[in-house]
Design a protein around this ligand. Structure first.
Ligand code: AMP
Ligand code: GLY
Length: 425
């Protein structure tokens, strides 16, 4: 089978790594890919996942049988519907555009959860028309205040503020275009106290498998301080996501989500990412995403023992119920090496050395490029150092040992990934 994987981050590098291990794979193409994905397939560097007609031409010219969509933008823009209409012979992994609204519109996601009695924070959706109601609603809530841009805002559309005054000002600013059209509707939410985890579900619309649970670390600073980033590391498993907790997740969240999608006629053959809050032992949905997480995927893929091509084929064909998912009992940990200054301003083009010294970890590339014959940085998040171990602690120790062997000017990483889940917590 020839597969086209769309995306260019560490997540796609990890998916490419996993796909490349399948005896079912003939050739893997990654568009646009990065310097690391060339180890697993051929990069189509000039192909933008948002240019659906160009994706279609690549399908024809490379005899592609399956398209795996890594990131949310093409899904929310309707790539799966486009492929079903124009290339019906191709297996497209991802939700239809209607179902992708679970990520593309927070207002839609909240209303969906209300319709299907799925536990989530109380909320109100506000536009310029009902600003006064929104301001009044804020004053009924306790601090801190959560304000979310309705649409996609590259992971930056959530504000958490401490005072009512700030919250009311931010609400006005968001409706005034702080995130462009994405914040023409704002979801105000009650703040949930607890600890988060990321649950990934692979579904064909009827049946599903729950992939290994992971936790990511979004803040740039140690102890979860400082600005949000695309993710500074991840671990799997998550010790509080035990059988009892996961039974609640299954019964209260996963089943009603899949049944709700089906009842509303929203086609979904792909990954569902549940961002959950464990509040006193009960799971609440913080957000839905319609793709895998980054950098969770880097910790999840090495824990899947089953053949991913088989699972994705069954997903596309609606036969997931006749497959099994085998997980690897080993733990994993991922440490992200970033460019100095990220998530603010940072420089690119710094030569990367030391990868040949790495032992016992997998290094997934995120923001890398080849300049002449030198590997250089080309993004904020540069590399993901992922390791396995008997425990999360052991996996982390291996990742940190190898992270210290990799060098580029300005390299920064957090030294406390997993701090709230390990035995020292
Ligand atoms: P989101 O983009 O929806 O994942 O939000 C970004 C982050 O904000 C989440 O990962 C949480 O850490 C935090 N967050 C979002 N909504 C809430 C909430 N209702 N209560 C507490 N924290 C939240
Ligand atoms: N790790 C969070 C995300 O991928 O959105």
């Amino acid at each position: 089978m020839n597969i086209l994987l769309l995306g260019s981050g560490g997540r796609e590098c990890a998916i490419a790594w996993k796909l490349s291990q399948s005896p079912r794979l003939d050739h893997l193409y990654i568009a646009p890919g990065n310097a690391g994905t060339t180890a697993y397939g051929t990069n189509l560097c000039d192909l933008s996942p948002m240019d659906f007609a160009a994706v279609g031409r690549a399908i024809e010219s490379h005899d592609i049988h399956m398209v795996v969509v890594g990131s949310e933008d093409p899904l929310v823009a309707g790539i799966v519907d486009y492929l079903e209409q124009h290339h019906p012979q191709v297996m497209a992994i991802g939700p239809s555009q209607g179902a992708a609204r679970l990520e593309g519109s927070k207002d839609f996601a909240k209303a969906f959860m209300l319709r299907h009695s799925i536990p989530t924070a109380r909320h109100m959706s506000v536009t310029a028309e009902n600003l006064d109601d929104g301001l009044a609603y804020l004053s009924t809530l306790q601090a801190p205040y959560v304000l979310k841009a309705d649409g996609l805002a590259a992971g930056k559309g959530v504000l958490i503020v401490d005072t009512l005054e700030q919250a009311q000002q931010q609400l006005r600013d968001m409706l005034g275009g702080m995130f462009g059209t994405a914040s023409h509707t704002v979801v105000i939410e009650e703040f949930l106290h607890g600890i988060e985890c990321s649950v990934f579900v692979l579904t064909d619309g009827n049946d599903y498998h729950v992939l290994p649970v992971a936790k990511d670390y979004k803040r740039v600073g140690e102890g979860d301080t400082g600005p949000n980033t695309g993710g500074m590391g991840s671990v799997s498993p998550v010790r509080f996501a035990d059988a009892e907790f996961m039974a609640k997740v299954d019964q209260r969240i996963i089943r009603p989500t899949i049944e709700g999608l089906r009842a509303e006629g929203l086609r979904y053959r792909g990954f569902i990412f549940l961002g959950l809050m464990n509040a006193g032992g009960d799971p609440y949905v913080i957000e839905y995403n319609v793709r895998m997480g980054d950098p969770e995927t880097q910790s999840v893929m090495p824990r899947i023992a089953s053949d991913l091509v088989d699972l994705l084929e069954a997903t596309a064909q609606g036969t997931l119920g006749s497959t099994t998912l085998d997980n690897d009992p080993l733990a994993t940990a991922t440490v992200i090496l970033t460019s100095g200054g990220y998530p603010g301003q940072y420089e690119k083009g710094k030569p990367i050395t030391g990868l040949d010294q790495v032992e016992g970890s997998i290094v997934f590339h995120a923001g890398t490029a080849i300049n002449g014959d030198t590997l250089v940085t080309s993004g904020g998040r540069v590399l993901a150092v992922t390791s396995r171990g008997e425990s999360v602690e052991e996996a982390l120790a291996t990742s940190y040992k190898n992270a210290a062997r990799i060098h580029f000017d300005g390299c920064y990483y957090r030294h406390d990934i997993g701090f709230d889940l390990t035995n020292n917590a």
